[in-house]
Design a binder for this molecule. Structure first.
Ligand code: CA
Ligand code: CA
Ligand code: CA
Ligand code: CA
Length: 271
């Protein structure tokens, strides 16, 4: 939705404000993407229903209601009133995954997406965070695979992807940079899948989103949109998945400084 100048250095700086490197990463987590994504056929995961322990949420019913997942959106609104994220239905400002409207035609306006406002973190740096929490009690397991599709936001957006153990420790982390282009009307060529496969189950995944905007006004806030949340338990066949490792691998257990805004953390049942 937004046309802005960008600075990769600025985005990295913005993300680094909340990070401090630590010496090691546990396990052999494999990070996926960013890869182009126009429909579920572009997922590296079993999103066709063939795996009963794997779920795809496309938000087309207006709900985040696949089994065993809840969303906690975390912003930093100490000065500004919180702007709730939510699911954006068909409309000129919606960027769904292209195929969700029935045809892969370069536009995603007629589908639905998950939308989250960003907040002014530092001068010209906007950020926000989304946290997906998984219920082992409802699923019967903890997922070891996660993916999501970035569909819109400020040009030059960076995303820090982290997975957490049930004890709340960050067990895997990857920084992706350079999302977005100048288009702002629902185009889909810049949509990108990111994800991970972990050797152990995880209880939560966080997306920390940061971008530079030349705007000095926090309102209306820029937004970021995601779609095709996918997660579950798979038997990793790591050599066969499409892997593109990008960005700088950074590990951190330093908590984000932001306050929390609850969007609906109670796990729900069906997609
Ligand atoms: Ca379409
Ligand atoms: Ca959608
Ligand atoms: Ca898009
Ligand atoms: Ca749904």
């Amino acid at each position: 939705m937004f046309r802005s100048c960008y600075s990769l250095a600025g985005v990295l700086f913005g993300l680094s404000l909340a990070m401090a490197p630590v010496p090691s990463l546990r396990g052999a987590t494999v990070f996926l993407g960013p890869t182009p994504y126009l429909s579920a056929a572009d997922s590296p995961f079993p999103v066709d229903g063939s795996n009963p322990r794997f779920f795809l949420e496309d938000f087309e019913d207006g709900l985040l209601d696949t089994s065993g997942v809840g969303l906690v959106g975390i912003n930093r609104p100490p000065i500004f009133p919180p702007v709730a994220g939510g699911i954006s239905g068909p409309g000129p400002e919606t960027d769904s995954v292209d195929g969700d409207d029935g045809v892969v035609d370069g536009l995603g306006n007629d589908g639905s997406s998950l939308r989250q406002a960003m907040f002014l973190e530092e001068f010209e740096i906007f950020s926000t965070r989304l946290r997906f929490e998984f219920s082992e009690g409802e699923l019967g397991f903890l997922p070891n695979a996660f993916g999501i599709v970035w569909t819109d936001g400020l040009r030059g957006t960076g995303i820090r992807l982290r997975a957490f153990s049930p004890a709340g420790l960050a067990v895997a982390e990857q920084l992706y940079v350079g999302f977005g282009d100048a288009a702002a009307t629902g185009e889909t060529t810049e949509d990108r899948f990111i994800g991970l496969v972990s050797p152990v189950g995880f209880a939560a995944v966080e997306l920390s989103v940061s971008a530079v905007s030349s705007s000095v006004l926090p309102f209306p806030p820029p937004v970021v949109e995601f779609d095709h949340l996918q997660y579950g338990a798979i038997v990793p066949e790591l050599p066969t998945v499409d892997l593109i490792a990008v960005g700088t691998l950074i590990a951190s257990t330093v908590p984000w400084r932001s306050g929390a805004m609850l969007l609906g953390h109670k796990p729900r049942r069906r997609g």
